[in-house]
Design a protein around this ligand. Sequence first.
Ligand code: THU
Length: 161
Amino acid sequence: MEHQKINIEYDVYDSIDQLAKEDADLLRTAYKATDISYAPYSQFHVGAAAILANGQTVVGSNQENASYPVGICAERVLLSTASSVHPKVPILTMAISYRNAEGKSNKPIPPCGMCRQTLVEYESLLKHPIRLILGGMEGKIYVINGAQSLLPFTFSGDDMK
Ligand code: THU
């Protein structure tokens, strides 16, 4: 028997003001995208913004539905948009922000499991890690150098070979 351990690394910033300007701007763009979220059921508005290798910025926001499972998270809206508008262009960095029903936006929110799976598929398709910036407009900010580390034991196309 052998015991294995997986560690993940990430950087923690005390506030948005500590980020490099480009990263702070991207996080603010993600927050602004909460304005175009459609979240009448949860009142939890998520916004995402990404910088692509061609210099373009793409945004996404969560889009809910009266049939709850039909709703789509902000991250996957962004990935589908990026893939449609800028096919085969790697995503360098994605920022994810939010505001809740009380208007609070003061902690990092991690992408859900389904979004992690989709992010990792995008990374492997374009052979480029997607750096993640997670944070609200107040509070700590997490920066993670690639979505893969958030999903150990990813199921991938290779597993079906
Ligand atoms: N949501 C996202 O947009 N991204 C995530 O990674 C977590 C959850 C959305 C889905 C739903 O519209 C709302 O937040 C509450 O779960």
